[in-house]
Structure formats: C-alpha cells, structure tokens
Ligand binder design. Structure first.
Ligand code: FAD
Ligand code: UDP
Length: 404
C-alpha cells in the first residue's frame, strides 16, 4: 500500500489519528513496536480466560460528550463507577478522602454540615500551592497527608510530594460529602468487549494498514510517508540529545486466584504505607465478568523499564520545553500523546489531543497546535514538511470533532 501518513504507536493517540485520517481518504500505516495494538490500554485474556489489563488497570471516564460520542462508534459500553479503598491504620477506608474516611479513621461523627469545619481545624493553609505536598496539607492537614499521600507518592514516583508539581496530588480531591467514587465525571463506562476490541474496530478500515512488532527507529530510513504522526517518547525521537526525560515505570505482578470468586470488595485497594506495591486491582470489578476464579494485579513502581508516567516537576518541564522547541522545527511530523507531549494525560485527554491533531494534519496547517480537550493546556506544535502538500481534505460529515 502506498502510504500518505505514517503513525508511530497504536495506542489511543495513534489509533484515533489513524482512524480520522483514514476516514478522510488518506492511506495510513500504523506501526507499534509492541506485538499488539492498544498501547497501555491493551487488554487480553490471561491463561485462565479472565479479561485483564497487562499494563495496569484502565478505567474510562470523561466529561467530554464529544469524546464519548466519538468512541461510541467503535464500542458499546458497560456502566462502571470505580471505587477505591485505602488500607490505613488497619482499616479499609474510602479514597478520595470523604466524610466516611474521616469518621471511620478517627471515630468521629462529622456530616455534610460539619466536614468543612473539620477540614478547617486540621488544614495548614499555605499561601502558594506549588507542590503536591502543598496541595494536600493545605486541604486536609498533616495527619491525613502522612496517612494517605506521603508514603504512596514516595513509592509511586521515587520522590517526596514536596518534589512533585501540585497537579499530581490535585488529581485526588478532598470531598465534603459521602461520594465514594474515584471519579465524578459524567461519563464513566468500560468498553463492553474490552479496549482491544474497540481498537480493532477503530483500525478496521481499508485505508489503514497495521504492523505490530516494528520499531520506528530500526526502520526509520526505509519508511516513507508525506507526514508522520509520532506518539512515542519525545526524547527518544531526538536521540536524547538534551539528555533523558524522566519517565516513571512500573512492574506488574499478575496473579490468578483459582479458588476465590472475589479477592477484595472494590476494584482497587491502595496501600500507601505498607508493601512495595502501591495498589492491587481486581479485574472482575472493572469488567463485570463472573469467572470461577479471579485475577488481580499488583503495581510495583520503578525507575527503569517501559515509560509509563511523565514526571511532573519544573525541571522536567524545562527539559521537555527544549525538546518541544525541536519538535516545533521538525518538518513533516506531528507529536501527540502522553509520551510525545510529556503530559500526564488520561485516556480521554489523549483522544481529545489526537482528534485535534488529526484536524490539523487534514487541514494541512503546519503552524497550528495539537491541543487536547478543552481542559488540557499543554500543547505541542504539529509541523508539516515544507513543500509537502497533504491533500486538504475537509473533515468528513461523521467527524464529531466538529461538534462539542
Ligand atoms: P501509549 O498507550 O503509551 O501508546 C504509545 C505507543 O507507541 C505504545 O504502544 C508504544 O509501544 C509505541 N511506541 C513507542 N515508541 C515506539 C517506536 N519507536 N516504534 C514503534 N512504536 C513505538 N488513563 C485513564 O483515563 N484511566 C485510567 O484508569 C488509567 N490508568 C492507567 C494506569 C496505568 C498503570 C498507566 C501507566 C496509565 C493509565 N492511564 C489511564 C493513562 C493511559 O494509559 C494513557 O492516557 C493512554 O493509554 C496513552 O495513550 P498514548 O497513545 O498516548 O500512549
Ligand atoms: N495518591 C496518593 N495516595 C493515594 C492515591 C493517589 O498519594 O491513595 C497520589 C499519588 O502521588 C498518585 C497521584 O495521587 O501518583 C495520582 O493518583 P492517581 O490514582 O490519579 O494515579 P494513576 O491512576 O494515574 O496512577
């Protein structure tokens, strides 16, 4: 197949761009160095027939109707609201911290009318909220910070919360009600037949060719396309010329418990202060499957290994900016996704960024930005090669990126 656009990476970012471009008549080659599509959201059946997430638990949630509508073309959904308990002082209590967390932990009896007073009595107001430590101590004080956040964060990132940007801990709010859901987004659903099936539907287009097990850097000189969409780590693309951007990795320990139908009461239990792993997730809660045994995964954070998390802190952002400057000047390449934009994106934010990136590639606008969803600030310029004219195809009538 003669190829118009090469997409590096078959995760959310790459698959969405590929689908949009193919729907507009461009011929797209998608490659991934892993042996499957789906990126980190890939799911598959383990040796016992249980649907699991090999790269850790993925729960879909979004406030964007545009993104929910777009993905609904490729999957039906199963309603699922994720709940997480934290194992603290020998008890399993809700996280995000809510009224019940406080009451169960301290033997109190606060309610909706008094929880704010309680937080006011324990919080340590900070004038400037710069770090993740500031966020939590300012909201709920030192004791809750130490019980729920300090140990977990040190394990997860290998850094103290005082060394991480505020945005990391700000993902987890303190609640003044009894809502024990992990997310409050309007749309919380899992793909009915799994993520991989959804990706296969997305990529099922005669204009798309998918090649897995292919590393872009091993093939770079032999792959020819008018435009490239790159979703891998941005520092790797530029051969680490300014040094390596830190990405946090994980080791996943999967286990099947044949004699048990349920291991824990909710999808995930967090262990902020015990063990080397941060959390255990039991897949049957996420998928709704009722198999005879049950499968769980423990997550052990580590520095080396596949890049899973960009590490949000000012010095890393500064290094990223240097790579971003190179990306702006790179002809014929659009950088998009969690690794290429070095952003702690959730799946829906990757979809939002990819929809925008596809629009710009289609419009042939070399000097426009591949922003994410409305809420997402970070941006990387997509650049088109000088002299290369991509067909200026109008967005197809099916293109929900036009609606919002
Ligand atoms: P990726 O999924 O990383 O895809 C990039 C792809 O590029 C990879 O498949 C990689 O193999 C390929 N690639 C890289 N370099 C090359 C190369 N040189 N040649 C060829 N291919 C290459 N988000 C949520 O919304 N909800 C959750 O519950 C959630 N849980 C998560 C849990 C964990 C443990 C992790 C790590 C992330 C979680 N996320 C979650 C975030 C989610 O995984 C990402 O937002 C999303 O999957 C990123 O998609 P992407 O396409 O940008 O990147
Ligand atoms: N966090 C914590 N304790 C918890 C849950 C989260 O300290 O019980 C902090 C930790 O720094 C974590 C961050 O909040 O990395 C974001 O949590 P989230 O569950 O969103 O992480 P992810 O699912 O992306 O790994």
């Amino acid at each position: 197949m003669k190829v118009d656009v090469l997409v590096v990476g078959a995760g959310f970012s790459g698959a969405v761009v590929a689908e949009r471009l193919a729907a507009s008549g461009l011929r797209v080659l998608v490659i991934d160095k892993r042996p499957h599509v789906g990126g980190n959201a890939y799911d598959t059946r383990d040796a016992h027939g249980v649907l699991i997430h090999p790269y850790g638990p993925h729960i879909f949630h979004t406030n964007s109707t545009r993104i929910a509508h777009y993905l609904s073309r490729f999957t039906d959904w199963r309603r699922y609201e994720h709940r997480v308990l934290a194992s603290v002082d020998g008890k399993l209590v809700p996280i995000p911290i809510n009224i019940d967390t406080v009451n169960r932990l301290y033997g109190l009896n606060v309610d909706e009318t008094t929880i704010r007073d309680y937080f006011d009595s324990v919080r340590e107001p900070r004038e400037a909220i710069r770090t993740s430590e500031d966020v939590v101590i300012n909201a709920v004080g030192r004791d809750l910070y130490e019980k729920f956040f300090r140990g977990y964060t040190r394990k997860q990132w290998g850094l103290d919360p005082s060394q991480l940007s505020a945005s990391v801990a700000a993902r987890i709010p303190a609640r003044t009600d009894r809502d024990d859901r992990y997310f409050t987004d309007a749309f919380q659903n899992m793909p009915l037949n799994g993520y991989t099936a959804m990706f296969e539907n997305m990529l099922d287009d005669s204009n798309i060719q998918v090649e897995v097990g292919l590393d872009y850097f091993a093939m770079r000189s032999s792959l020819h396309a008018a435009h490239t969409v790159y979703t891998g780590p941005i520092d790797a693309y530029f051969d680490y010329c300014f040094g390596r951007l830190p990405y946090r990795s994980l080791r996943f320990e999967h286990e099947h418990l044949a004699d048990m139908t349920q291991y824990q009461p909710v999808g995930t239990v967090n262990y902020p202060n015990d063990y080397e792993y941060t959390r255990i997730t039991e897949f049957r809660h996420l998928t709704g499957e009722r198999t005879p045994g049950t499968s769980i995964v423990r997550e052990y954070p580590q520095a080396e290994g596949d890049p899973y998390y960009p590490v949000p802190r000012p010095e890393n952002e500064a290094l990223f900016k240097r790579y971003e400057d190179l990306a702006r000047r790179e002809s014929g390449v659009t950088f998009v996704g969690r690794l290429a934009q070095y952003r702690y994106y959730n799946m829906d934010q990757c979809v939002g960024a990819a929809l925008k990136a596809a629009e710009y590639v289609l419009a042939g606008m070399g000097e426009t930005m591949a922003d994410g969803d409305e809420k997402v600030q970070p941006r990387v310029r997509s650049s088109l090669a000088a002299g290369v004219s991509l067909p200026a195809v109008a967005a197809s009538p099916l293109d929900t990126t036009q609606r919002s």
